[in-house]
Design a protein around this ligand. Structure first.
Ligand SMILES: Cc1cc2nc3c(=O)[nH]c(=O)nc-3n(C[C@H](O)[C@H](O)[C@H](O)COP(=O)(O)OP(=O)(O)OC[C@H]3O[C@@H](n4cnc5c(N)ncnc54)[C@H](O)[C@@H]3O)c2cc1C
Length: 293
């Protein structure tokens, strides 16, 4: 492994300035569960690793009770999200996704920001952030800008981030009443496994607890980047949710996916699992809605 210098800034501005001084050979690192593996394997050879761990604002997790907006700092670890009762009770789709990432050791250091910026098609953390209409705040040498999480990904391992930009936080808008959400990481093993397919569903219904006003169907490992199944979502809005319509949504989502064969599984298996699991996750959403009323 090539030696590198480890820099530990305490503010975002300082981190960006360090990056500016060494831009050709610097790399940001949060939990390091992706970066350190790549350095050890010799896939990347940075001269400077700029740690984001001491920048306290990046580890902030709070919900503004007045506005209902949830703010998740980029360096919040998966374990912090997993242990938060507020996340577990109010954002089950986040809990479902992060509590199955890697192992306890990985979740203790791996961060939600690192998961998004690493930008692999199987990033478990990306699906709930898309389903919840999350917005990322980026800060770089040219100042701040925002974008929807769904628009963050360009291709495997590539996001819209410009050199030197830091992901500061993800903001989740207030959820409407009668909303349920669920995620399943479907793989061959329960632990230490990247998903064969990852499926997140969010449904909001009217006061009748049946008629759908909002649907999000988000798929991981179904395309080069995490994706929304827009046609399947459209099919549900305005309809009364029942098993039959959820089955149709599953079939539509499977048709919309761009699954392919990989070492972890065949395209046909992935398609079949989308069909089945969209329906199951939709039912899980409805169960949450009914239980909360
Ligand atoms: C054994 C093992 C099992 C794993 N299992 C899973 C799994 O089940 N599901 C899953 O989704 N992932 C899994 N991963 C991948 C990894 O743990 C996650 O993607 C993790 O969330 C990455 O976060 P990190 O803080 O460690 O990222 P780092 O390694 O620190 O960084 C990852 C990338 O993001 C950049 N970066 C980090 N933070 C910022 C920021 N705030 N602003 C700008 N750039 C930033 C870094 O420069 C780097 O390019 C696994 C990894 C290992 C080693």
């Amino acid at each position: 492994m090539k030696p590198f210098k480890y820099l530990s800034p305490t503010t975002v501005e300082e981190a960006i300035s360090f990056y500016g001084q060494h831009s050709e050979t610097a790399k940001y690192v949060a939990g390091g569960t992706d970066v350190i593996v790549k350095v050890k394997e010799g896939w990347i050879e940075p001269d400077f690793l700029i740690s984001l761990k001491k920048i306290t604002e990046l580890s902030d997790l709070h919900k503004n009770e007045a506005t209902g907006e949830l703010s998740i700092g980029a360096a919040v670890t998966h374990a912090t999200l997993e242990k938060s009762l507020m996340i577990r009770n109010e954002y089950p789709i986040i809990y479902d996704a992060v509590s199955n990432i890697g192992s306890l050791q990985i979740r203790n250091v791996g961060t939600i920001g690192g998961n998004l910026i690493n930008a692999v098609p199987s990033a478990d953390g990306a699906i709930p952030m898309i389903a919840l209409d999350g917005v990322v705040l980026l800060h770089g040498p040219d100042g701040e800008r925002s974008c929807a999480v769904k628009d963050l990904f360009v291709s495997p391992y590539k996001t819209i981030l410009k050199p030197g930009e830091i992901l500061k936080k993800i903001t989740i808008p207030p959820q409407r009443p009668h909303t349920g959400s669920a995620y399943i990481k479907f793989g061959r093993r329960a632990a230490m496994e990247l998903p064969l397919i990852g499926i997140g569903v969010l449904l909001t219904v009217e006061d009748d607890l049946e008629t759908c006003t909002k649907a999000r169907i988000c798929l991981g490992v179904a395309a080069p980047t995490p994706m929304r199944a827009f046609e399947a979502e459209k099919l549900l809005v305005g309809k009364k949710i029942n098993e039959d319509i959820l089955r149709q949504a599953g079939e539509t989502a499977a048709d919309e996916s761009k699954v392919r064969d990989s070492v972890r599984g065949k395209a046909w298996h992935r398609k079949e699992m989308i069909r089945v699991q969209v329906r199951r996750m939709g039912l899980a959403c409805m169960e949450i809605i009914w239980n909360n009323n």
